[in-house]
Every structure is written in C-alpha cells, then in structure tokens.
Ligand binder design. Structure first.
Ligand code: ZN
Length: 258
C-alpha cells in the first residue's frame, strides 16, 4: 500500500515536471522569436526626441474618410490609416495614399475569434488585407496595428499566448507594428461627445514629447470628425507637428497581456 502511495506521488511529480518542461520550451521559442524580431526589425527602440504627433485612424475607410482628409489638409497634417477589408470602402485607400497619408494594415475580417485562433489564421488575414492594399496603391505596406492592440487580452479566449508570439513574428517578417500612447476614447461608446474626445487627447498629450493618437474612422464615429479641428488646433499650439508613421518609427508598443 505504501509503495502504491509512493508510486502515485512520483507520478504526480513526473507530470508536474513534464508541464514545467513544456512551459520552458514554449518560453524558449518565444525568446528565439524575439531575437529574430530584434534582428529583422528596422523600428526604433526609442521614441522621437522632438514634438511629433502621429494621428492614427483604425477600422476605415468609411463614409467619414473624405471629411477627415479635408480637415487634415486644412492643417497641412499627415496621418496614418489602419484599414480593414470588411469596411467595404477600400476604394478610399487610393485617396488616402495619393493625398500623402500612410496606409497601414489592420485586418481583413477584424473578427477576433478568427484572426486570433492561431498564428496561421492571423497571418492569412494579414496577407489578405496586405494584398488588397497593394492592388490599390501599388506598394506593400509594412506598417500595421493589431485589432485590439498588442496588449489585447481578448485573444486569450481563442489562443493562449498568441500575442506573445505574434508581436515578435510580425517584426521577424519585416512589419512594424504600432500601439499608441494617447487614446481619444472615441471607442468607449458611440457618439462620445466631440468636446470629450478633444479633452481626452489634449489632457493625455501634456508633458509628452511625441504622441501616437488612437482614433477610429468608421461611419458611427461622427463625433471623431467633429473633434478633429479643435484637437489639431490644440495640439499645434502645444508645439506638435503631424506626420505619418514610417517603418522605422518607434512603435509605442504596450506590454503584452497574452
Ligand atoms: Zn480595430
């Protein structure tokens, strides 16, 4: 009986060790991918030292895109649009590009349960939007943003650890991915008052040297458009100039949560 108990305990210990080894191997894989990412990525590891503002618009193009472009023109401002295939308005990508802004990749389907089900599924989706954008503007965009950002925890529901791998793998494949350090809060609900969006952005931009501002370009975000003139005016008065992201721009990357 004693031998049986001892055997049971040893088996338990053996299983624990096996789990531990699996964990260490997974960690080793992530470390190896991180190293490849660092070696391949042209992205700066330091934020710019001067007052630059990167305005970013996710989830478009939309019926608001042309209004946004006109406002940006009136401030002589350049911005970055992280576009999605499912917006159904990819035709506007041509204008975004021709008017001097940066077209970034966000997602083709923007369906979390699909894109975050596996790394293969993620890259199939990224490739799809990449090809669509390339067909329109004639160049491959290497600038991207993860749906939900690199720090999203939603992906945990579909694949544990996927963001730890994807954040390195995209860099290893030559992409530059971007999160943000100022959130407009325009996704906190529909029709967030324009004044609140302006205040959110200006308040978070105080005492920051360079900023990457998260906004959304979708039909439901009319107040984002309304907020833009006062926001850009306020930011310009704080000394910011407005530029599009490049492959070597610092990523404003959040800590990964999955
Ligand atoms: Zn999005």
């Amino acid at each position: 009986e004693q031998a049986q108990t001892e055997n049971g305990n040893l088996q338990k210990e053996n299983n624990n060790l096996k789990t531990e080894i699996e964990k260490l191997n997974a960690q080793k894989l992530i470390e190896a991918e991180k190293l490849t990412a660092l070696q391949n990525s042209p992205q700066s590891v330091y934020p710019p030292a001067d007052k630059v503002c990167y305005l970013t618009f996710d989830d478009g193009p939309s019926d608001n895109t042309l209004k946004i472009l006109d406002i940006l023109d009136s401030f002589n401002a350049k911005a970055t649009f992280f576009v999605i295939g499912s917006s159904g308005k990819l035709d506007y990508v041509k204008q975004i590009h021709e008017r001097g802004h940066v077209v970034g990749l966000h997602s083709d389907s923007h369906k979390y349960n699909v894109i975050y089900s596996s790394t293969d599924a993620y890259f199939a989706d990224l490739e799809a939007i990449s090809n669509k954008v390339e067909q329109i503007i004639g160049i491959k965009s290497k600038i991207m943003r993860f749906p939900g950002g690199g720090s999203n925890g939603v992906s945990k529901k579909y694949c544990v650890g996927i963001m730890s791998r994807l954040t390195n793998q995209v860099k290893a494949k030559g992409y530059a991915y971007f999160d943000w350090n100022v959130s407009s809060g325009d996704a906190d609900g529909n029709n967030v008052p324009a004044t609140q969006i302006v205040n959110n952005v200006l308040n978070q931009s105080v005492n920051k040297n360079s900023i990457c501002v998260l906004m959304h370009d979708s039909a439901a975000k009319g107040t984002t458009v309304e907020a833009l003139p006062a926001m850009l005016d306020g930011l310009a008065k704080m000394g910011f100039r407005f530029e599009g992201l490049t492959e070597s721009t610092y990523g404003y990357c959040h800590a990964v949560n999955n």
